[in-house]
Design a protein around this ligand. Structure first.
Ligand SMILES: [Zn+2]
Length: 328
């Protein structure tokens, strides 16, 4: 079997960031919003660097204005994921973009997203779970409202709390209150760290926010004592190689440290982050990793087991997904 055909688990994907460009253009047309500047002549998202990417991302989000839009977005995204062989995926959801962090509005958006997820599961056999995510550059005060939304809607579907956005703004320490609150609510904890800042960011994520999983974490490779610590503690990295290459952190897959982390015993997993922005899919990630490092079916199966162990869903869901992996 080709590695691209394997059943896949993805732990790190932003729902709005996974919106196909044609879908966002359709939304913009319906609402008479002119966001033509965010697309290039081929119709792809246009941005020069990570910081412009964040602005384009937020501009695309302005076309998503009500729960029905998020129902349609969720269906469009899960169709793409299922076509790539993904059987289980966790997505970051931001109450900032779903009703401006108002709990009542958030519940309505969430209801629509869950409805789409249930429909996609029945039709395409893909299971979705949500991680409520605050946006770092929106500041710690807004994160408190976000974690309130997360804690109040924790259930079978909402399983975690995370932080994404611009790592160059503020300190992770500023978010201790929100992460304490999320932990007390029983949510799994995910922290985007060490994509742009140095190894200290991962230490902060573990020490101050007590993260269960690190989003990216790739720059930790510059500190081998930290790499050993990650391996010893069994900290899981949600690695998004195609995203890192597209944003210029590494020139190619071959130069990416994912294989080095793996060799040194760190638990790594594979995700797409914001697939259409980075011209990637889960199938393409597998293909590129296979080419760069000669990773075979056994290696990808190992990584999928790691991802399933680290997933925030309940035990029954894990048992169901394990069967799908085992049948491969
Ligand atoms: Zn991310």
């Amino acid at each position: 079997m080709s590695v691209t055909a394997l059943p896949k688990i993805e732990l790190h994907m932003h729902l709005e960031g996974a919106a196909p460009p044609a879908f966002i253009r359709g939304m913009a047309r319906e609402k008479n919003i002119d966001i033509s500047r965010i697309f290039d002549e081929k119709g792809h998202y246009r941005y020069a660097d990570f910081w412009e990417f964040l602005k384009v991302y937020e501009a695309a989000c302005t076309t998503l204005q009500n729960p029905m839009d998020f129902y349609r977005l969720t269906m469009a995204v899960l169709e793409e994921s299922a076509a790539s062989g993904v059987v289980y995926t966790e997505t970051f959801l931001s109450p900032d973009f779903c009703g401006g962090r108002d709990l009542g509005a958030w519940r309505e958006y969430l209801h629509a997203i869950e409805e789409a997820a249930a429909e996609a599961e029945a039709k395409m056999g893909i299971t979705l779970r949500g991680i409520v995510t605050c946006i770092r550059h929106f500041g710690p005060q807004k994160a408190r409202e976000t974690v309130h939304c997360a804690a109040q809607t924790k259930g079978d579907f909402i399983r975690g709390f995370g932080i994404a956005g611009d790592e160059k703004v503020g300190n992770l320490e500023d978010f201790i209150w929100s992460f304490d609150c999320a932990r007390e609510a029983g949510l799994g904890l995910e922290v985007h760290a060490c994509e742009w800042n140095g190894p200290q960011e991962v230490r902060d994520a573990l020490t101050h926010l007590k993260a269960d999983r690190i989003g990216h974490g790739v720059r930790a490779i510059a500190d081998l004592a930290l790499v050993d610590e990650l391996a010893e503690k069994g900290v899981v990295l949600e690695v998004c190689p195609g995203s890192n290459v597209a944003l210029g952190i590494y020139p190619s897959f071959r130069d990416h440290p994912i294989a080095e982390f793996d060799r040194r015993g760190v638990k790594v997993t594979i995700s797409t982050d914001d697939p259409p922005f980075f011209h990637t899919t889960m199938a393409l990630e597998y293909e590129m990793l296979n080419r760069a490092f000669d990773w075979d079916e056994g290696q990808f199966s190992k990584l999928n087991r790691t991802a399933l162990d680290a997933a925030f869903c309940d035990a029954d869901t894990k048992a169901k997904i394990a069967k799908l992996l085992g049948a491969a």
